[in-house]
Every structure is written in structure tokens, then in C-alpha cells.
Design a protein around this ligand. Structure first.
Ligand SMILES: [Zn+2]
Length: 121
């Protein structure tokens, strides 16, 4: 089901079994993108190839650019804010969302590569 795939994507669950976590818990600021080598439920490798997540940086870049452009557009055109005000909001949001964007980009990337497998349950 597509809806449960999207739900598990945002929950950052394993793309193959939807059970294991894609990132190590608890969250550590020193290593925010720390992932287990394999899923603890279905043994799916979380780094299928060396440098696999290189492409995720482009997703992260695209997501951030889109979000920041949308905020700048709404702020300036609809809310009558100045460019400096808009920049202040974008920089604050950029810092707050940095780890989330980096993580969700990796999740999207591995979800493109690894399909759901009902036998992995
Ligand atoms: Zn799994």
C-alpha cells in the first residue's frame, strides 16, 4: 500500500520490512546520521553500496531550496516582509531543519532503491 509506505518513510523505518529503524537511537549531535549497518528485523543492508548516500545530498539540496524559495515568495509577496526579515527566518529554519532534511533525504534515497518485501515481516 502506498499510504503505509509514505507513513513508514516519515517514521524512518526500514524500506523492506517497515519494522526496523533506519537511524540509531537515541539521536546524537556528534553523529546525527548514524545508521545501523543492517536492519535489526530483516537484515536489509542500509548502505547497499559504498558512497550510496552521496546522491542523498542532492535531494537534501533540492528539498531545502524548494522550501526556502517558497518561504521567501510567501513572505515577500503575500506578507509584505523585507528581504532581511525573510533571510532571518530562512537561516533560523535552515538550522532547525538541518538534521531533519539530511535524514529524510537519506530515507527517500534508500526508499527509491529498496522495495517493500512482505516476506521480510
Ligand atoms: Zn528491515
Amino acid at each position: 500500500m502506498a499510504s503505509s509506505r509514505i507513513k513508514n518513510l516519515f517514521a524512518m523505518k526500514c524500506p523492506r520490512c517497515y519494522q526496523g529503524d533506519l537511524f540509531n537511537k537515541p539521536f546524537k549531535f556528534k553523529d546525527p546520521l548514524s545508521m545501523p549497518e543492517r536492519c535489526n528485523h530483516c537484515d536489509q543492508k542500509f548502505e547497499p553500496a559504498p558512497g550510496f548516500y552521496y546522491g542523498a545530498m542532492f535531494i537534501s539540496y533540492a528539498l531545502s531550496s524548494f522550501l526556502f524559495l517558497a518561504i521567501a515568495g510567501i513572505g515577500i509577496i503575500f506578507l509584505g516582509m523585507t528581504v532581511n526579515q525573510v533571510f532571518a527566518i530562512i537561516i533560523t529554519l535552515g538550522i532547525l531543519l538541518f538534521f531533519y532534511t539530511a535524514r529524510i533525504s537519506r530515507v527517500l534515497w534508500i526508499y527509491f532503491e529498496v522495495k517493500y518485501d512482505p516476506k521480510a515481516q
